[in-house]
Design a protein around this ligand. Sequence first.
Ligand code: ADP
Ligand code: 5GP
Length: 185
Amino acid sequence: MNLIVSAPSGSGKTTILKKLFEKYPNDFGFSVSATTRAPRKGEENGKDYHFLTPEEFNKRITEEEFLEYEQVYANLYYGTLKSEIERISGEGKYPVFDVDVKGGVNIKKSLGDKALSVFIMPPSIEVLRQRLLNRNTENEDTLKKRLDRAEMEIGYSKFFDKVIINDDLNKAVEEFVKTVEENIF
Ligand code: ADP
Ligand code: 5GP
């Protein structure tokens, strides 16, 4: 089985996935996506992403190496490599796809019953704004972009197998872990 997790930025996806990995440290492996964006400070090639030039990315599209790919932001491409499923499955682990909502819907379409897709929903846009402000990672411009995008992303939640509202963190983690245990193992 494969696990797809998508959410508007700031919904708590990273926090919730971390709890799953704490409970099951050896059962899941993150699919490392390819991207044309530049590495951020501290990011490692092959670990956080496979950082590619636009030419290398295009070559992989032509050679049909992607399960899905997308232009997530202007001129920045992100894609899931088919080879990641083989790599992670080969280690005897369940692949986890941490991708944007459109990518999540596309991977689910490709993998069908072999995947569980989960959407992490913020309680409201206002709460989402507050969490992004508290996280201290955004400026006015990136905050606005993320909130505008969140409205569009929430519209995709109906295409996911399961929607988990992250209001009370402990409850959301409990529901997430239970859903994974029932559907993945
Ligand atoms: P994402 O990975 O979806 O962008 P994060 O996991 O980074 O989101 O969470 C965004 C911020 O909200 C973080 O500062 C996190 O500690 C906080 N957060 C996550 N879940 C909750 C919750 N249920 N209640 C309050 N704050 C939360
Ligand atoms: P960031 O640049 O902040 O790492 O990621 C930006 C967005 O790209 C996030 O919403 C992230 O989920 C999404 N993303 C990362 N990898 C992939 C991928 O392989 N495919 C798709 N469709 N989106 C991805």
